[in-house]
Design a protein. Structure first.
Length: 199
């Protein structure tokens, strides 16, 4: 990738410039079924995503919608299944980029890195599902490429986890621990309000 930002923190007042992109990860119908009765870290995620998109669509920055299509038979995320469809709150509009991935990172097996480079994007604002999964791996990958990354912490969410020892990890703990890890690697963790209040 030819554009490098040395992991410099995003200047919030530049967030909608042409060098920046809002990347929304895996906000698909399957998340509702996966959640079921399981604890979710952030029930306000969709509302915050609506705010972010409304702000970004008023600027010059790019918008990238990432979706997961699973190759596993019977997966809720398989192509053609209702679960793989975007949720209404993030339904892409004409001209907004759609990236289809088959593993956790949005950069593996896709043209995302080259597309960002061609469009001069050096800064990403990332939101979506889940903080511990695709958001985490995509942000780590972006940082390794030298992109500057800000995470809209209240426009992300994850589910509670239980490990193979039977230990239960509540969703809030999983969410904030994942964000703390990413921040330690150079990502900026901000609220949606902080990201849009300057516009």
């Amino acid at each position: 990738m030819s554009v490098h930002a040395s992991n410099a923190r995003l200047r919030l007042y530049d967030a909608r410039d042409e060098c920046a992109a809002l990347m929304i990860v895996d906000v698909q119908q399957a998340t509702d079924e996966l959640a079921g009765d399981t604890e979710c870290s952030n029930p306000l995620m969709e509302s915050r995503l609506t705010d972010l998109l409304a702000c970004w669509r008023g600027g010059n920055g790019h918008i990238v919608h990432v979706r997961h299509f699973s190759h596993a038979p019977g997966s809720l995320y398989r192509s053609g299944h209702v679960g793989a469809e975007f949720k209404p709150c993030v339904q892409p509009r004409l001209g907004e980029r759609i990236v289809t991935k088959h593993v956790s990172s949005a950069f593996v097996g896709t043209d995302l890195e080259n597309w960002l480079s061609r469009h001069g994007v050096s800064q990403l604002v990332v939101a979506g599902f889940s903080t511990t999964g695709a958001v985490n791996s995509s942000v780590r990958h972006a940082l390794c490429l030298g992109l500057s990354v800000s995470i809209a912490q209240d426009a992300c969410a994850c589910l509670a986890l239980e490990d193979h020892h039977g230990r239960y990890w509540d969703a809030e703990t999983c969410h904030w621990f994942s964000l703390a890890q990413l921040e330690s690697l150079g990502a900026s963790v901000e609220s949606t309000h902080a990201l849009i209040q300057y516009f």
